[in-house]
Design a protein around this ligand. Structure first.
Ligand code: 1GP
Length: 239
């Protein structure tokens, strides 16, 4: 599977993409069949898998179980190098560009590189940019970094452009899982218009209109975690 090629293709055809984020810590393996059914009924185009504290063996088993009944590309969205599974299709190889903590800028990546070399995972270099969202999020707490101010569109843009210049293939504007406020639409618009690579937006999007608004502002791929976690019928058109 050429995950990045498919993202570029979708972008060139103006087809919007949607990832459901699954946190292995919050999943009961016994209930996985029902969850997969709901994923298959949803408009999701990708599955992202990651969380703050994930056990490797659970991750492998979870991915293998998902693959039995679901054809969506499975992309790791790791919080640290322990969250690598060779059973996934690809990995967002993240660098937390908004922060100034060397661990999340390069040290974790150095630890992960030899592990990734042993897998067939598609490595997708991603500039990960945390935006302030009303209260402290897990990313902020775990990474011990400050997010970019919601009002500071210039800084968000310069950070995204620096990521592109460094060779990142994607930019991810992140408000943080369960964020009070999602990424400001004006920021999405400015960043998307001034970078040449696809833009992922996620964090704190809790209604279908919120997804549409992010698309209209210029997001190529929207990530939904908490809203689907809380209600697997979230994407039902009747809602
Ligand atoms: C978090 O962007 C994702 O990394 C999704 O956030 O859980 O708020 O949907 P939510």
């Amino acid at each position: 599977k050429d995950i990045y090629g498919q993202i570029l293709l979708a972008r060139s055809e103006n087809r919007k993409l949607l990832a459901i984020l699954l946190d292995p810590d919050k999943i009961v393996l016994e209930d996985i069949k029902e969850l997969i059914l709901k994923i298959n009924q949803s408009p999701a185009t990708h599955l992202f898998i990651g969380g703050s504290l994930v056990e490797n063996n659970i991750l492998d088993e979870l991915i293998l179980k998902i693959k039995l009944n679901c054809n969506l590309p499975i992309v790791l969205f790791p919080g640290n190098p322990s969250q690598i599974s060779s059973h996934a299709d690809g990995i967002l190889f993240l660098s937390l560009l908004s922060g100034r903590n060397p661990d999340y800028l390069i040290s974790h990546q150095v630890k992960a590189a030899p592990l990734l070399k042993k897998t067939q995972l598609e490595i997708i270099s991603t500039g990960y940019i945390l935006i302030e969202s009303g209260s402290e999020t897990a990313v902020e707490r775990v990474s011990k970094t400050k997010p970019i101010d919601r009002e500071n569109i210039d800084k968000a843009l310069a950070t995204a452009q620096a990521g592109e210049m460094l060779g990142n293939k994607l930019v991810y504007l992140e408000a943080g899982s369960g964020a009070k406020y999602s990424v400001p639409l004006e920021m999405i618009t400015t960043v998307s218009r001034n970078i040449g690579i696809p833009l992922i937006v996620g964090g704190g999007i809790v209604c279908l209109q919120g997804i549409q608004n992010a698309y209209d502002a210029g997001a190529d791929l929207v990530v939904i975690g908490t809203a689907f976690e809380n209600d697997v019928a979230f994407f039902n058109p009747t809602k």
